[in-house]
Design a binder for this molecule. Structure first.
Ligand code: GDP
Ligand code: IMO
Ligand code: MG
Length: 429
């Protein structure tokens, strides 16, 4: 048995898709366990970019099994669009299974997401407006609609009727928004149900069988540790648990099936949406601007410019603890190739006091300042390098300090988006 979780150690968009695709070469099954179409994972193979939102990044391999676990929220229209897009590229998606216990995102979730954000004004979260939060709200409130309900037309029709009455009342009376027509939503979703039916199964059982057959399983995290509803910078977080513990709950398997956890780390930091960001660079013509433009740091799902900052290695220490990280996969090191000086945050201080833990309170966090170390850049194109020893000495110094502060070994260093632009220090399977 061998299984590895690959998850984001920062605020998302670390390059999880790239690392999952790389490791999927040796795996048999790839499983998404949390989040929904708020994820945007780009996988580049032979210079062709595949942008995935709900489909696991293993779909590019015809022979691998791909699973959307019970912890994922499914927007049927998005999945079907993605499957259609893949078919156009010659990828059948026949090996995709979707949990019958996964919750369904409905149009009222999306509208409520938009209305709630608008009502928050300058306190908005900056969500992807995909209805993810409202769908998880319904799940926890025990009024959600699951894939198994969608598969039973009468059950779905009855649940939709009750929910739509309540949601339309909230939409119109509280937010002054436009209500939904019951029959239109019903027909749209019954159409989706028939198209998705061949994919919907008890995925926990599928995984149990995979483990019994000694298959290698990869758990693909979406979002990231600092967007986690429990461990992130609450309330500026997503509505699910991207952290390692949820790989078990969100995939429907016992925790003893999980062997290792890899934290994916961008060589600097980015964040989309609102919320604290200790090492953020606010310049318009300095290093922040350079990194954003060199790295094309604009959201895959929303196209929003990503907020950019120096690497915060102190955050990684927290990620390491919360997720029991075994290894780090550092991505986008090549984006720093032409930076003459690079800073890294190695701790936080409050006044003169160096603090040991990241505070829960955002008020206390706002009083903290990053402690920086400065590194000489390497000023060399590293995108063609495939061996760790061949990286410039300054790049290795940067990586080794990062690993030291995080307290986690380096497992992978990625120097470009393509599959082969990957330096492996530790074999993970
Ligand atoms: P994810 O959400 O964590 O999967 O990350 P995204 O796909 O949203 O953003 C990461 C971006 O970086 C994608 O466009 C990847 O193709 C790209 N990428 C991943 N690793 C590397 C790397 O090492 N170097 C460069 N230049 N790009 C990378
Ligand atoms: P991947 O998997 C980066 C952010 C949103 C917002 C907050 C809540 O590509 O790394 P939501 O729509 O989930 O309610 O938004 O979370 N967010 C992400 N940021 N990468 C993601 O996914 C994200 N998914 C959600 O920008 O701040
Ligand atoms: Mg992304």
């Amino acid at each position: 048995m061998s299984s590895v979780i690959v998850l984001g150690a920062q605020w998302g968009d670390e390059g999880k898709g790239k690392i999952v695709d790389y490791l999927a070469q040796q795996a048999d099954v790839v499983v998404r366990y949390s989040g929904g179409s708020n994820a945007g994972h780009t996988v580049v193979v032979n210079d062709i970019a595949y942008k995935l939102r709900l489909l696991p990044s293993g779909v590019l391999f015809k022979e691998k099994f791909n699973v959307l676990g019970n912890g994922v929220v499914i927007n049927p229209g998005v999945v079907l669009q993605e499957i259609a897009g893949m078919k156009e590229k010659g990828i059948s998606c026949e090996n995709l299974v979707i949990s019958d216990r996964a919750h369904v995102v409905l149009p009222y979730h999306q509208r409520l997401d938009e209305l709630q954000e608008a009502a928050l004004g300058d306190k908005k979260i900056g969500t992807t407006k995909g209805g993810i939060g409202p769908c998880y709200m319904d799940k926890v409130a025990r009024v959600g609609i699951r894939m198994c309900d969608l598969m039973e037309p009468e059950t779905f029709a009855a649940k939709l009727k009750v929910n739509l009455e309540v949601k339309n009342a909230i939409i119109t009376k509280i937010y002054g928004g436009e209500p939904f027509d019951y029959d239109t939503v019903l027909q749209e979703y019954l159409g989706y149900a028939e198209q998705l039916r061949p994919h919907v199964v008890d995925t926990g059982v599928v995984l149990d069988e995979a483990f019994a057959d000694e298959k290698k399983v990869l758990f693909e995290g979406a979002q990231a540790t600092f967007l986690d509803i429990d461990h992130g910078t609450y309330p500026y977080v997503t509505s699910s648990n991207p952290t390692a513990g949820n790989a078990s709950v969100g995939a429907g398997i016992g925790p003893r099936f999980i062997d290792h956890c890899v934290g994916v780390v961008k060589a600097y930091t980015s964040r989309v949406g609102e919320g604290p960001f200790m090492t953020e660079l606010h310049d318009t013509d300095g290093p922040g601007h350079t990194i954003r433009e060199t790295g094309h740091e604009y959201g895959t799902v929303t196209g929003r410019p990503r907020r950019i900052g120096w690497l915060d290695a102190f955050m990684l220490r927290y990620s390491a603890r919360v997720n029991s990280l075994d290894y780090l996969a550092i991505t986008r090191l090549d984006i720093l190739d032409q930076m003459p000086k690079i800073k890294m945050c190695v701790g936080y201080k409050m006044g003169d006091e160096v603090i040991k833990r990241i505070p829960a309170s955002l008020n206390v966090l706002a009083k903290c300042e990053p402690i920086y170390e400065e590194f000489e850049g390497w000023m060399t194109d590293i995108s063609g390098i495939r061996k760790y020893e061949e990286l410039p000495e300054n790049a290795r110094k940067y990586l080794e300090r990062l690993s030291e502060v995080a307290g986690v070994e380096l497992g992978i260093v990625s120097v470009g988006p393509n599959r082969e632009q990957t330096i492996v220090l530790k074999e993970l399977f």
